[in-house]
Design a protein around this ligand. Structure first.
Ligand SMILES: Cc1cc2nc3c(=O)[nH]c(=O)nc-3n(C[C@H](O)[C@H](O)[C@H](O)COP(=O)(O)O)c2cc1C
Length: 197
């Protein structure tokens, strides 16, 4: 099973990165093939709305999305992580998400688009935030990502975790919400691995 994790924090050794890397370490130990990217280290431009991807299965822009595109197509599990910035994902993550529009191709139904990704993929979304009850306050983020990944891009199963109480440089492996997300997310990965064999 292939797992691709993408971190949308500008802090490449911050809270979100720590959670993502902890999950990937568990997945590797259980036999998964993992890859990890910090968007902060990549050059991913804003979508230009040129609509080339609606006519052809490609993007007009030549940047690091060319590296990520085949990895997203191959990944059985996509793990997206971002800190909450002003009640939402970071700009880095939003820019990346907009470029996923390239995976939306024409459909038989006029005016509708359908996912070009293969069926059966799974996804995990991890947000970290300082507010102790951020898991409740920001739960609309989980709804939006469900819509994006399941309704629009056709992912078959998704888990979302919003980890509150994440002060800067908090070791989220030792906080109740961090532990709970890592335990549950780890189980989801192991179950997915078993189902994938
Ligand atoms: C610009 C900025 C905006 C933030 N906005 C919020 C917010 O709206 N709500 C919140 O609970 N935490 C907010 N935070 C705190 C971060 O989400 C939190 O500390 C997060 O775990 C940092 O993750 P990182 O170390 O991966 O960058 C903000 C932090 C920054 C720097």
């Amino acid at each position: 099973m292939k797992i691709l994790a993408i971190n949308g924090s500008p802090r490449t050794n911050g809270n979100t990165s720590l959670v993502l890397k902890d999950l990937l370490a568990k997945a590797e130990a259980a036999g998964a093939h993992t890859s990890y990217f910090d968007l902060a280290d990549l050059n991913i431009k804003d979508c230009k709305a040129c609509m080339k991807c609606k006519k052809e299965d490609c993007c007009s822009q030549k940047d690091d999305m060319e590296t990520l595109r085949p990895l997203i197509q191959e990944a059985d599990l996509l793990v997206l992580g971002s800190p909450v910035y002003m009640g939402d994902q970071t700009g880095l993550m939003k820019c990346f998400i907009d470029r996923l529009y390239t995976f939306m191709g024409p459909s038989e139904k006029k005016g509708e688009l359908k996912s070009r990704l293969s069926e059966g993929k799974k996804a995990m979304v991890i947000f970290t935030c300082q507010m102790p009850n951020g898991n409740m306050v920001y739960n609309y983020i989980a709804v939006r990502y469900f819509n994006l990944l399941v309704n629009m891009l056709g992912y078959s199963d998704i888990r979302s975790y919003i980890i509150g109480g994440a002060n800067l440089n908090e070791d989220l492996r030792n906080t109740p919400q961090g532990k709970s997300a890592l335990d549950d997310g780890g189980k989801f990965i192991l179950e997915s691995l078993k189902a994938n064999v």
